[in-house]
Each structure stands twice: as structure tokens, then as C-alpha cells.
Design a protein around this ligand. Structure first.
Ligand code: IMP
Ligand code: MG
Length: 193
């Protein structure tokens, strides 16, 4: 991983760029190629994204998967600010009856792992044909529960990151690259901009 000066963007809490737009694009294409190969015999493939962080990732990913597929979403919350609580609330459930489907659960980042662990357990009770996990980013050293990520974009150190769908208090999702947040500067500004 190569920390660089981030291209100008009017958020003052951005520290360094971790992954550029082009690097993300290339990695997403690799993940999509792997999924295309692995699911070549699947008859019912569902990409199930967790709102809202996975939106940009899943929409890019699905357009590079060269197979028929369906997309659905669940909305879950696990966070107040930037600390995980281990308590996962389902705010809105998926619409598809996933019984018999090959499901890939897609999130922006695996941190403590509670979110993916909890939702995986819930989805397995609904008897999909198969269930795999996909996360663009993985903060391995923060993991509190054992949850293997089958398709992982990038492993990152323990930075708080924003961009490409990821946010801090709902800000920063529209950055086209992924950047670390300078939490001191963010908090000094009262958590704004
Ligand atoms: P986990 O349940 O602790 O694995 O947390 C997963 C969720 O926390 C993700 O879906 C993100 O919404 C959020 N999250 C964790 N780390 C970050 C980060 O560095 N930036 C933005 N959101 C994060
Ligand atoms: Mg999230």
C-alpha cells in the first residue's frame, strides 16, 4: 500500500490517499473476473449489498461480472460515529427470497467483523444454495470475530478511511478514491466538512 497526497477535494479531514480511482478499478475488475469464473455454472446469482457503504462498489462490481445476476440490498447499522458496538440492527431487509440462490454478501469494509458475521448467520437460516462474503477493504487487525472474507479487495492497516462509498458521519462517500481520515483535524473542526 502506497500512501500519497490526496488529489484536492473540499473535505478538510482527508489525510492520505490509499487507493486511487485507477487502482480501485483494476482491483474491482480482478474480483469480478474471479466471481465470473467461480459462478460460471450458477443458475441464480444474487449480489446482496449492505447499504449504504457498498453502493458504489457493488454497482461497479456487478457491471464487470460477465454473468446473469440479480442485485438486492439490506440496510443495517452497527455504528454510532466511528466505534463498533457489536450490536447490528436491521433497518430494512432484502426483498428476494434467497432460498436456493447463490448469494454473495457485499460490504464496503470488514472491521470488527460483527456486521458480516451477524448477517451471514441470519442469511444461512434462510437456506441459500451457497453464501460467500465480499468486502472491498479488510482491516484484519481489528477483527473481533472469525469471519473469512471470500472476495477481498485490499487489506489495510487500522486507519479510518473514507471515499468510494465509505463515510465518516455520512460525509466523504463521493470521493472517487479511498483516503485516510485525519481524526484529530476532523474532531478539531467539530466533526464537520
Ligand atoms: P464491523 O461490523 O465492525 O466489521 O464494521 C463494518 C462497518 O463499519 C462497515 O460496513 C462500515 O460501515 C463501518 N466502518 C468500519 N471501518 C470503517 C472505516 O474505516 N471507514 C468507514 N466506515 C467504516
Ligand atoms: Mg457499512
Amino acid at each position: 500500500m502506497n500512501l500519497r497526497k490526496a488529489p484536492d477535494f473540499p473535505y478538510n479531514f482527508i489525510d492520505h490517499m490509499l487507493f486511487s480511482e485507477d487502482e480501485i478499478k483494476a482491483r474491482v475488475a480482478e474480483l469480478a473476473a474471479q466471481i465470473t469464473y467461480d459462478y460460471r455454472d450458477s443458475e441464480k446469482l444474487l449480489l446482496l449489498g449492505l447499504l449504504r457503504g457498498s453502493v458504489i462498489f457493488i454497482t461497479d462490481l456487478m457491471r464487470s461480472i460477465n454473468l446473469p445476476l440479480t442485485m438486492d440490498f439490506m440496510s443495517v447499522s452497527s455504528y454510532a460515529g466511528s466505534e463498533s458496538t457489536g450490536f447490528i440492527r436491521i433497518d430494512s431487509d432484502h426483498k428476494t427470497n434467497i432460498y436456493g440462490w447463490d448469494v454473495i454478501l457485499v460490504d464496503d469494509i470488514a472491521d470488527s467483523g460483527y456486521t458480516l458475521y451477524t448477517i451471514k448467520k441470519l442469511l444461512l437460516e434462510r437456506k441459500p444454495k451457497s453464501l460467500k462474503l465480499c468486502a472491498l477493504l479488510d482491516k484484519e487487525e481489528r477483527r473481533k470475530v472469525d469471519v473469512p472474507i471470500d472476495y477481498r479487495g485490499f487489506a489495510i492497516p487500522d486507519y479510518f478511511v473514507v471515499g468510494y462509498g465509505l463515510d465518516i458521519d455520512e460525509k466523504g462517500r463521493n470521493l472517487p478514491y479511498i483516503a485516510s481520515v485525519n481524526l484529530e483535524r476532523y474532531l478539531a473542526n467539530g466533526g464537520s466538512k
